[in-house]
Design a protein around this ligand. Sequence first.
Ligand code: GLV
Ligand code: MN
Ligand code: MN
Length: 405
Amino acid sequence: MSGDANALLDEIAHIGVDRQRGGYTRLVFSPPELELREWFARRAGERGLRAETDGNGILWAWWDIVGAERRDVVVTGSHLDSVPGGGNFDGPLGVASALAAVDLLRDRGVRPVRPLAVAVFPEEEGSRFGVACLGTRLLAGLVDPERVRELRDESGRSFAEVATDAGIDPALIGPDPARLQSIAAFVELHVEQGRGLIDLGQPVAVAGAIIAHGRWHVRIDGRGDHAGATRMVDRQDPVVVAAETIRALRAHALVVDEARGTVGRIKVTPGGTNVIAASVDLWLDVRHRDETAVRRIVSEVVAATERSADAEGCTVAVTEQSFSPTVAFDAALRERMREVLPAAPVLDTGAGHDAGVLAAAIPTGMLFVRNPTGASHTPAEVAAPEDVAAGAIALADVLESLITR
Ligand code: GLV
Ligand code: MN
Ligand code: MN
């Protein structure tokens, strides 16, 4: 049905179902994500939107103005990749709502005076190659393409290899200033990842800010040995050091008001019950409105890890994978969105988004749709069908205002 984001979400609800973890696992350029990209290109094509994949693997579906150049473009969209075991809304809701909004605008007989594009950004979650919002970081020149080509996934495959298999030439990734300069505004609709709208009793919010956040890879090397034959005093056990890293992160994040610190991924090698580990890889995710607080927490955690490693006879190496400063979305665009949606409150978010990355280069705004559980990055993430419909209408209202003047 035209303008129905719920129906579009239903169409993809079987893609990337993860029977082990629950929910969805749709890692960038994996079979489910590629299937979703094909689905998007097909659904865009049916709407007469011309789909193209750029050098960074970003999909663009164009509602062009006949005879006019692609200048002052209004862009909407989101991502189709997921975290491991995530929900069907974080990302896809923005993509489905964008397509539905195009239908609504056409049903309304809107005649754009500037082009509209729907974009799908790859590796927003950074779940495969570690760097969050990889596609938009490449587009905006915020990450070195050479480094990106060498990023490896869990199985050791490089970005360059995986992208090549997905039909993307890794030699072509990198900044695209001309494309960025052609964009007048970007608006991303997203499921809310918190309880703000539940508490306020509203279906849709306008975004105010994204808090600063970053990711760090911590590698601890020790000495593998036998769990029964090795005396406790003779061990160099990296798991003991990792335990201190996790404890220190909790302790340092707890004492800073509104800080967030998470270790959600840990890899013990070789990983046997009766084996003292040789190494541990773990990843820190740290967030706070004040980016200096983020950096302070991380340096305290690293110092605690190094002290523990010294005591245990282990070594530590820490690498920053990505860092996103605090983002205040474009004030003029936000005011415009509030004029169009006067009932919508303004909410900040602790979650990262491609809109946050693009905000450094172009006027950017976001809409959030109520999530009755307030949970995200879990199958418990949800949006009620009537709120999904309200979100698509709100997005269409905002886009109409932007493409008709
Ligand atoms: C993405 O959703 C993030 O906030 O990490
Ligand atoms: Mn998202
Ligand atoms: Mn997410």
